[in-house]
Design a protein around this ligand. Sequence first.
Ligand code: FAD
Length: 344
Amino acid sequence: MKDVLIVGSGFAGLSCAVEAIMRGLSFDCIDMLQDHTSTRIAAGIINPVTGRKYQLQEQYAELFEAATVAYRKIEQLTGKTIMQQLPIFKMHKSEAALEAWIHASRQTEKSTYINSTPSPQKWHKHIDYRYGSILVESGARVDARQLFEGIHALYPVQRSTIQYDDIELKEDYCLWQQSMYKHIIFCEGYQVKNNPWFKHIHIRPSKGECLLVRIPHFNCPVIVQKHTFIVPYGDDRYWVGGTNDFVADDDAPTETKQEELLDGLRDTIRLTFEVEGHFAAIRPTMRDRRPAVGTHPEHHHVHILNGLGTKGALLAPYHAHMLFNKIFNQMRIDPKVDVQRFAL
Ligand SMILES: Cc1cc2nc3c(=O)[nH]c(=O)nc-3n(C[C@H](O)[C@H](O)[C@H](O)COP(=O)(O)OP(=O)(O)OC[C@H]3O[C@@H](n4cnc5c(N)ncnc54)[C@H](O)[C@@H]3O)c2cc1C
């Protein structure tokens, strides 16, 4: 009998796999391995300061520490580069945005993360930052593909689609395709809506779209943020995104959102560019904007890690650690993120 069956290999499932590896637990990870899932198309940006009011991410230091430990562990084991320190050059969009920043910057804890007078760089001449800018120095990027490939090289992720009827819950273990597991952890992203044990959680999926764009001569080594994020992918290529749509329930790229992204890009840089790719996927966003972590109220060996919304790269490792502490060390789940906050 293995310790864990992990369903899903997005940021949530992969972070559970990292926890299992660090604890020396036996596990299988399965996924239907679609090309364009939320994790696969995400840029993996980690950003301590977000929103129009430049809010500092709650618990940022702890979240960042857990993410660093987890991603560095897989880097050590595989030699891959997964997490890269990448400052975010954030331009104010208007006079009002500049005012909001001046107000927000009075809170001193933000100064640890931000340099409010970034020094001039060569690539600055290609961008329009007439309302000023700040440099978020502790930004980072997690390369989800490298993370997947790293884990997959250590413990192959099996291509399979879980049919929920095939899972048998026994008194002390779960049975799936003649294999026995002490625990099963569901990490299916927005597809949790089909899961008979967890479809009651208050998920509010949001469709996101992004572009892969070639911008010769930009040579920008940092993440640029104005209307959207522009993330350097190497070889003159940049990820541009992402949009947000709480109404659409399909994952097809749309012309409307492509235009929205291109308008934002044109208003940010003064260079010609060429679109090489356009992708869409559904994020597992929660109505209360908090992750859903923990154990099913009636089945003590059935668990979930979901609801990572727009911040899977930062949130997944910390909450996977919390979940494994609950399962294997009988520690408590923070009530703010406990899945038991949702009535069956
Ligand atoms: C355009 C866009 C840009 C984004 N940018 C960022 C960013 O810069 N930084 C950031 O932190 N986050 C970003 N996100 C959000 C981030 O991608 C999500 O927080 C994260 O992907 C959620 O991970 P997850 O593992 O919960 O879900 P998913 O990535 O959706 O993974 C779930 C996995 O489960 C599998 N699965 C589902 N059901 C089954 C089943 N029955 N059997 C087998 N497998 C199954 C799916 O195939 C999938 O691989 C972005 C999202 C989008 C769409």
